[in-house]
Write a protein that binds this ligand. Structure first.
Ligand SMILES: [Zn+2]
Length: 86
């Protein structure tokens, strides 16, 4: 499957965090690689896309889209810097 980049989930993240998160920097909890959300490898999936670390391939973020809302699980990704407010 062709991987997209973090921009593919920018809309969902903006909905949850109220800010553009693509430039937010975080760290993969598995391999400690720092990257911007825009740099993650995003795989479209049902019910929502998952973002993987490009270095170790572990899932760092899961986007769950449900009727009327969206939820983001960021268990594998430690945000280092809060996003700039829009
Ligand atoms: Zn990693």
């Amino acid at each position: 499957m062709q991987a997209l980049d973090g921009n593919a989930i920018a809309g969902s993240l903006a909905e949850v965090f109220g800010a553009d998160m693509t430039m937010a920097v975080g760290r993969c909890v598995h391999c400690a690689t720092r990257s911007m959300i825009a740099e993650l490898a995003v795989y479209p999936r049902v019910p929502g896309p998952v973002a993987r670390c490009r270095t170790c391939g572990n899932v760092v973020m899961v986007v769950i889209e449900f009727h009327g809302g969206v939820e983001v699980r960021m268990d594998g990704f430690e945000l280092e810097r809060p996003p700039a407010t829009v």
